[in-house]
Design a binder for this molecule. Sequence first.
Ligand code: FES
Length: 162
Amino acid sequence: MSTETEAAIAPEIDLSAIEEIIEPYLGKKEMVIPVLQKVQEHFGFLPRPAMEEVSRLMRIPLSRLYGVATFYAQFKMKPRGRYIIRVCKGTACHIQGSPKIADRIEETLGLQSGETTDDLRFTLEEVACIGACALAPVIMINDEPHGRLTPDKIKDILDSYE
Ligand code: FES
C-alpha cells in the first residue's frame, strides 16, 4: 500500500459517525478495545483522523490509543482491499507448492504479503493452516476457498473478483 493511496483516501474519511460510535462509551476509558473495534468495523481500518477524534472525545492520549491498536493484530492501520487473499503457509500446503502460488499472486498483483493494491481491490496475507489440507495448496479469497491450485490458475481466479 503506497503512501499516495493513503493520502488519496484521507479526505474521503467522514468522521461524523465517530460521535455516535463513542456515545455509549463516553467516560469509560477502559473500553478502548471495543471502541476501536467499532471504529474499524465502520471504516475497515483505523484511519489517523478517526483515531484523533476518538482521542479527543474520550480524552485518551493519542499515543495510548496507538499503543493499544498496534499491540493487537486484529487492528489494521491501513486500508484493506475489498477482497482479502489469504495464502495458506501450513505444512501440507507448503509441501504441495504454496510458495509458488504466493509468488504468482505477488507477481500478478505487484505486491507483497501484507500489502494492498492501490485500487483497494486486493489485500494479500499469509496465514497458518486453514483446515482444508485435503485441498492443498489452498488460498481463501474472503470466505471462498480455492484449492488444488497451480500457479497457472491464479490469473483466472483473480480476474473473477471485480
Ligand atoms: S496446511 Fe493449508 S489448509 Fe492445512
